[in-house]
Design a protein around this ligand. Sequence first.
Ligand code: URA
Ligand code: CA
Length: 433
Amino acid sequence: MRAVDLIRKKRDGGTHTAEELRFLIQGYVAGRIPDYQMAAWAMAVYFRGMTDEETAYLTQELVASGETVDLSPIAGVKVDKHSTGGVGDTTTLVLGPLVASAGVPVAKMSGRGLGHTGGTIDKLESIPGFTTELTPQQFVDQVNRIKLAVVGQSAKLTPADKLLYALRDVTATVESIPLIASSVMSKKIAAGADAIVLDVKTGEGAFMREEADAFALARAMVAIGERLGRRTVAVVSDMSQPLGYAVGNALEVREAIDTLAGRGPADLTELCLVLGAHMLVLAGAAPDLEAARAILTRNIETGAALEAFRRFVAAQGGDARIVDEPDRLPQAAHQIPVLAPKRGYVSRVAAREVGECAMLLGAGRETKESAIDLAVGVVLRKKVGDRVEAGEPLAVIHANRPDVDAVAARLVRAFAISDEPAFPPPLVRGRVT
Ligand code: URA
Ligand code: CA
């Protein structure tokens, strides 16, 4: 087999066999196939696409390139959850304890934030003392003991994906549905999931801005899951405006506590109930979505979900007093409101812009090497559909430097205010099962 023949085959619209994909991925990781051939192949895939079968084979090869996590010492069905990345997307912080409180094991590997989107590991590290570095044995023991543990992504999983993603990033080949789908699913499967719930975001703050593309990605990922024996459900949800009100690491931990205590934002609460209900059903902990939702709602009302969060924080070395005294979380020195220039109805809160404002304040990374400030960020006061008076705060900037004029000017432009009543975008656009 020669790489050049496989590039030509894909260029001309052919379909790869499992052996051909193995040759390409193994050859690339071993350094036998150079970047320029892999880049040409990725571009051919970008234009020609891949069948569901090819995409599943590719995923298998990405998984096989590295170590895999064995979660079999953990009792029960291990359901993982993955979001394609959003602004103020606090769902994992809520879902972990919420689902664990229903007795379903959550053994989660999470990532750090990049660009305008945040990452769960950064958020958790804003809790004083919290560590996301557990040994594999500590990880398994903790899930068996309290049903929940969250660790950073191991560098040893899916090395082929890391190489290929870095190459795609600089060759304009990221935006290929089969390549994205296999990349995401390879990481979930390598991390040991039995079943997977995907939250595919759509809207201007999302990776997939167009709803049709988000559904196509959702379908591609569900197809991979089914072919590789992992029951997979995808929910397509709105990311045209940020989720909840808080955008920033410690600010989102506070919002997660509020949500687990039953006083969180309506959209964040609803999305967590929808995703959590799917997780319970896949785990066999409830017969249907309605029954699952009832369990989760009750666990918020009784305080069981918040208690699960408290146990989780303590188990990973964090100061659990933050649950009752959130002022113990890092706090920014300055709180600067951003005021509405006129009265009317909020018709847009551009998620990407708000995420970039939070990043400029120091809450997010411009590059993988950037240091971040866990205290800073943006807290929205108004969301799409809300009435606002001139001079009323639209949002509050939490900053550790007094001069935030440029960020404030940009944040105000993220809002559109119309004279006519506006309506919030539907949160859940659909599901793929
Ligand atoms: N996120 C991933 O993990 N992989 C991609 O290819 C794109 C986004
Ligand atoms: Ca939020």
